[in-house]
Design a protein around this ligand. Structure first.
Ligand code: PMV
Length: 309
């Protein structure tokens, strides 16, 4: 039997723009998914089939990372599904890690992160490696256009390339507000591409989001939460301009802002989740719940993929 776990993630700045190769910043969070794998008479995932629609990431991970006989997989997750907190990346990374350990191989971060990105790309149609690299490495991950100090690995796909860097952020708590509206990432990513190809203002918004990421990182590192919050607010507005906002996200963002430095959607948008940077977490939590959202306190998480055979 082998076991692996991986954390969820919160994209702090740069979602969607990162798909075009712009900078983005994500942090691992203290909600994890664990996968146990053991040889069995036939394939199953928990009490269901590997073919179930809900296990599409696991199935792709198995196709890519396992050449042996049937397995029973047990998946336990603290990460709410389909709301922008990286549940698919975490289950993909943990599955690949558990399969590697079961196969008796040394499990190293970089090959796991590359395979997990291939899985996410295949399932979503188009993706960046930020979620899967963060779920693998833990801590915070900064995507840049060029290699700098702290480089973890470089990932290339068609004409795009991403340099993924280890990044340290001061330990920070965020309040996440889930709109309870599920939205698939693939169509949202495709919609942004279509807009960027036809509208130069959308292309400019993508570039501005990249600049915001770099400035936002510096603000967080020097604990200038006022500036970080302003940049979050602007990033949210630009994501709305790119067509990935939703009235329910705006409602939760508006509810949180009176008690927060800033608030923005996180992940793919179209529903899903927002988060707020605040030193009044109880007030923000209550405001989000009063506005119809489900609130979670999440903390930055240093640990990435953990494997035991
Ligand atoms: O759907 P999520 O929360 O994993 O967020 C996806 C982030 C995007 O930038 C929209 C897509 C990507 O692959 O980077």
């Amino acid at each position: 039997m082998a076991r692996a776990s991986a954390p969820g993630k919160l994209i702090l700045f740069g979602e969607h723009a990162v798909v075009f190769g712009e900078p983005a910043l994500a942090t691992a969070i203290d909600l994890r998914t664990e996968v146990q794998a053991r040889p069995d008479k036939e394939w199953h995932v928990n009490d269901g089939s590997l073919e179930d629609a809900g296990h599409v990431y696991v199935r792709h991970a198995v196709d890519l990372a396992w050449g042996g006989g049937p397995l029973g997989l047990e998946i336990r997750s603290m990460i709410p599904v389909g709301c922008g907190l990286g549940s698919s990346a975490a289950v993909t990374v943990a599955t690949i890690g558990a399969l590697g350990a079961l196969g008796g191989k040394e499990v190293r971060e970089e090959p796991v992160a590359r395979r997990a990105f291939e899985v996410e790309h295949a399932v979503q149609g188009r993706a960046s490696p930020i979620d899967t690299s963060t779920a693998t490495h833990g801590s915070a991950v900064l995507v840049l256009k060029e290699p700098e100090e702290g480089l973890l690995w470089k990932v290339e796909k068609d004409t795009r390339r991403w340099f993924l860097h280890h990044c340290s952020l001061p330990a920070t708590g965020f309040i996440v507000g889930n709109t309870r509206i599920a939205a698939a990432t693939g169509p949202l990513v495709a919609g942004v591409r279509e807009r960027v190809e036809r509208d130069p203002r959308a292309a400019a918004a993508v570039r501005e989001i990249g600049e915001i990421t770099l400035e936002g990182l510096k603000a967080l590192q020097r604990r200038d939460l006022v500036r970080a919050g302003e940049l979050m607010d602007r990033n949210h507005e630009l994501l709305n301009d790119l067509g990935v906002g939703h009235s329910s996200l705006d409602k939760l963002v508006a509810a949180a802002r009176p008690h927060a430095y800033g608030a923005k959607l996180t992940g793919a948008g179209g529903g899903g989740s927002m988060f707020a940077l605040t030193d009044e977490p109880d007030k923000v939590r209550a405001a989000i719940e009063a506005a119809g959202g489900k609130a979670y306190l999440v903390e930055t998480e240093p640990k990435g993929l953990e494997v035991s055979a």
